[in-house]
Ligand binder design. Sequence first.
Ligand code: XMP
Length: 516
Amino acid sequence: TVLVIDFGAQYAQLIARRVRECHVYSEIVPSTMPVAEMLAKRPKAIILSGGPASIYADGAPQVPEGLFETGIPTLGICYGFQAMVRGLGGSVERTGRSEFGRTRLDCATDTVLFHTLPGVQSVWMSHGDSVVEAPAGFRVSGSTASTPVAAMEDPERALFGVQFHPEVMHTEHGQALLRHFLYDGAGCRPNWTMVNIVEEQVARVRSEVGAKRVVCALSGGVDSAVAGALVQRAIGDQLTCVFVDHGLLRKGEAEQVEKDFVAATGVSLKVVDAQDRFLDALAGVSDPEEKRKIIGREFIRVFEQAAREVVAAGGAADEPVEFLVQGTLYPDVVESGGGTGTANIKSHHNVGGLPEDLRFTLVEPLRELFKDEVRRVGEELGLPAEMVWRQPFPGPGLGIRIIGSVTRERLDILREADAIARDELSRAGLDRHIWQCPVVLLADVRSVGVQGDGRTYGHPVVLRPVTSEDAMTADWAQVPYEVLGTISNRITNEVPEINRVTLDVTSKPPGTIEWE
Ligand code: XMP
């Protein structure tokens, strides 16, 4: 384990991801955690993250007492670098020479961090304070025009520090530098592989669940599919997956769950066709929050009923169902303070708020994983690529992509338009470049058009392609004009009710990704 000590949340997650991309397991811990507790996790290395504070500010987070006496190889980044310098007797000052953004670094290439790398490289900086003197015993290994001490190391004590951010993409050789620290500076081995993750989680699920029975709600999304497949791998027929078809899915998705997923995993699946029920409940409702509440409520009712039936059916050993699989990911765990067990159900509408008399213990086999790791685990488990690489899709589905009330006809129209957009974006090879591309039907808006010899009076759809790392912020994606042109032509030709295709060019913030 590599511990990433968190001095400011947005930096720590990215560092942890980059460490794992070096095939070394990493975990984020708060800077307030006592050193003894950190040692109990048997870390092979420690990384001190960046953070927004000045180390001289009141209440600025400090390096845990005694950390540098543990002998554990440590890399300080930005704020973490300055905290290290200060803790070991060097000096940090507000020099008035801040650096933000791309900066030229001159470095010594006969060092642990920079060997094999060029002596001049482009790095990403973001700091006001600067280190003016490295602590005794350190060699200064890098500098920039405004920062004489931009990198330092003491390989004897396995202590390293850099002022810039190796974890961000804009630092040219950042990933190589992290690798050098982990493998050469700290002696870590690259053994965090998908095969190991799967084996470890399979063993863990087996010991958690024993001979008890388990249910899993499949949403059609990546996380629940991978979580379900992993649990199936661990306990086979003790698991029943429940798929509620609420009729708000995209074209082909229900079939994917009912056929491809079952074929790939051999899971025992209970499908509930609840399309009419959802449509009835949604009739005439156009307020977004109202729609979400209705969909969430109906989902729970239908799922509850299905779960009762699974319970009633009994198992081979007539065991009641006691466990519920959740596709909680590591970022959810970090953001909710890292708690465990039942207290930590995602507020996600899917399975939040199950009734008291249906209390399950949660099984969360993806709790330690980032999204990209979940996808690779899915591949390792043999799930179809279309399922594993699917773009995020909201739980309430197409229900919140119809602006206006939801009807069967409107769903059919949107499903066709959405399928065309997805098809063309895939064909253009843009799937992994784009985070997601909602297609939104402005069902209460009509505009005049002309097609053939006739006047049309149809509906517009909005294309909303965005790029993002985590959906918290997003930018509108610059899809090539030819691709947009093809999508527009095909939609207006193939979907008679739509006579206009528009493009949303708003970032998030101020827009959200979805329109509702
Ligand atoms: P927004 O629209 O808030 O969306 O920028 C951020 C991300 O979350 C997805 N999303 C949802 N997912 N239930 C979900 O499971 C929901 O109610 C929901 N609303 C939005 C959205 O697709 C995007 O990826």
